[in-house]
Design a protein around this ligand. Structure first.
Ligand code: UT7
Length: 326
């Protein structure tokens, strides 16, 4: 008895911010951004929308893809670091917008590793608590945390959402997950203000404390190491060879990080699904958006073994071993 993904969906806002646009905002160049990150453009959420809206649009597509009725959904969980507000949770706001009532809904936060954590939480709810079907969402409006005067971060980030319908399954779809974190590295990637430590105030606005801060080059090295470790752990404890894996769906923080992981693991880069050029880093939304695109592009077939892997603020890092049984 286990769980399986029976539908995926993603939503990317229409508005594109290209590298040429970035050149007009900060001292950067298309050449620098492409060669150092692989990013060509990113999507930006319009002012009137927020993470819950992007989450709803992605969820509707996942529901359609799964061919279930939305009323069959028994829980909604949402990974986000850009929730609509302190509270209520973005998951509850999505529940209202989907017109679903009286089911558990909650947010959780593992930054860029959020969706991967979410599949394991969903497995616990289904296998451990008896729910039959649920909605796992990752939705991010990173542009709302982005300091567009800081060239070292603003060129990296974009907005988007991905979702999956998960269901009770006799054949195991989420075979294993590796989840980890190390809070000692928390100050390498964070947004100081907007929480209970530094609530929004004139001071936090003046000091630009509501924007994301990052120590990029240290993170770069840790990202390669920890994502490689997560994949290796899953291969080892499931007694699999690299060749058994059809495709790897990595977090899209930097093309060079993905290439570094591929080299470390001695797995051809062609086995990694890469769409960073179109969207940049959408935090938790990267993995489900990439998974949905890989499925829709025919890169994933029935019975394929897939590994998802991510790394993010916390620091957190995680991976799922998935058998595609849809
Ligand atoms: O989602 C997970 C969290 N995020 C990450 O994991 C990000 C990980 N880190 C990275 O992807 C890379 O470290 C960056 C893309 C952020 C930076 O690339 P890098 O090759 O590590 O560059 P760097 O930070 O060592 O900076 C090299 C130079 C510096 O100039 P100097 O000091 O050598 O004169 C920077 O000021 O590049 C400069 N620089 C830029 N130049 C043009 C930094 N950002 C830019 C920019 N345009 N946008």
């Amino acid at each position: 008895m286990g769980i399986a993904i029976i539908g995926t969906g993603s939503y990317l806002p229409e508005l594109r911010l290209t590298n040429r646009d970035m050149e007009m905002m900060v001292d950067t160049s298309d050449e620098w951004i492409v060669s150092r990150t692989g990013i060509k453009e990113r999507r930006i959420c319009p002012k009137e929308y927020s993470a819950s809206d992007l989450g709803v649009f992605a969820s509707l597509k996942a529901i359609e893809d799964s061919k279930i009725k939305k009323e069959e959904i028994e829980f909604i969980i949402c990974a986000t670091i850009t929730s609509d507000m302190y509270f209520p949770s973005t998951a509850c706001i999505i529940q209202k917008k989907l017109e679903l009532e009286n089911i558990p809904s909650f947010d959780f936060q593992a930054a860029c590793s959020g969706f991967i954590y979410g599949l394991e939480i969903a497995k616990g709810l289904i296998v451990g608590c008896g729910y039959k079907k649920g909605l796992v969402i990752a939705s991010e409006c990173m542009s709302r945390l982005t300091d567009y005067t800081d060239r070292s971060t603003c060129v990296l980030l974009g907005d988007g959402a991905g979702a999956a319908i998960v269901s009770f399954s006799e054949k195991e779809g989420i075979i294993d997950s590796f989840l980890s974190s190390n809070g000692n590295y928390g100050d390498l990637l964070y947004t100081p203000a907007g929480g209970s430590l530094y609530p929004c105030s004139f001071e936090t606005v003046e000091k630009r404390m509501g924007f994301m801060k990052m120590e990029g080059s240290t993170l770069f090295k840790i990202a390669i190491y920890s994502m490689s470790e997560a994949v290796n752990k899953l291969l080892e404890r499931n007694k699999l060879k690299k060749e058994d894996i059809s495709i790897i769906i990595p977090h899209q923080a930097n093309y060079r990080i993905i290439a570094g992981v591929a080299k470390n693991l001695d797995i051809p880069i062609e086995k990694f699904f890469i769409n960073i050029e179109k969207y940049g880093n959408m935090s938790a939304a990267c993995v489900p958006v990439a998974l949905d695109e890989a499925v829709k592009e025919g890169r994933i077939k029935k019975d394929d073994l897939i590994i998802t892997v991510a790394f993010g603020a916390g620091l957190t890092w995680a991976a799922n071993l998935i058998r595609w049984i849809k």
